[in-house]
Write a protein of this length. Structure first.
Length: 177
């Protein structure tokens, strides 16, 4: 019998001061059985950092042909492709053919070695690559509950997350813009 995803409900009060974007988000997230809480919350962070009309989660790990998050235009073309983790050069090359804007958010302990290996290949691709600070992501994952009310503020390279059971800061660096 196949394992089923775990469903999470999030209400997020978003204040992205860097982009002057303010919103109230009601998100339903399906955590794939093989997905860690750290990866799932990295998806939430990337969603908040790119919040816009028509942005949505995809089937994620269940569909290797799709990014983790994307946005479409009114005529159903992909306008934003977001991958979470350490994708291959070939995958990102394909993504740049499908979308004018491609972003990667790396989040775990192997991020540094992945980037050291792939950086030269990515240089000629139109891809923005960001790395979340791993210890911050671990702290954020510790706040996870099946139903969450979060306040997320993005300012000056930091994401401040406040939940009923605690708060944390998540920093990131732009590896390639």
């Amino acid at each position: 019998m196949a394992l089923k995803p775990t469903i999470y409900k999030l209400k997020i009060s978003l204040a992205d001061i860097d982009r002057n974007h303010y919103d109230n988000l009601n998100l339903t997230l399906a955590q794939h059985p093989s997905e860690t809480l750290e990866r799932m919350m990295s998806r939430v962070l990337a969603f908040c950092m790119n919040a816009q009309e028509y942005l949505s989660f995809t089937k994620g790990l269940s569909s290797v042909e799709e990014p983790d998050i994307w946005a479409h235009t009114l005529d159903d073309r992909i306008s934003l492709w977001i991958d979470i983790g350490e994708p291959t050069f070939e995958r990102m090359k394909k993504a740049t053919r499908l979308s004018p804007t491609v972003k990667v958010y790396s989040f775990n302990l192997k991020s540094d070695s992945w980037w050291a290996k792939e950086q030269a290949k990515f240089q000629n691709l139109r891809v923005s690559v960001f790395q979340f600070h791993w210890k911050n992501v671990l702290t954020l994952a510790g706040l996870v509950k099946r139903t969450m009310d979060l306040s997320v503020t993005i300012s000056d390279g930091l994401v401040y997350v406040s939940a009923e059971n605690g708060e944390c800061e998540v920093s990131w660096v732009a590896l390639q813009s």
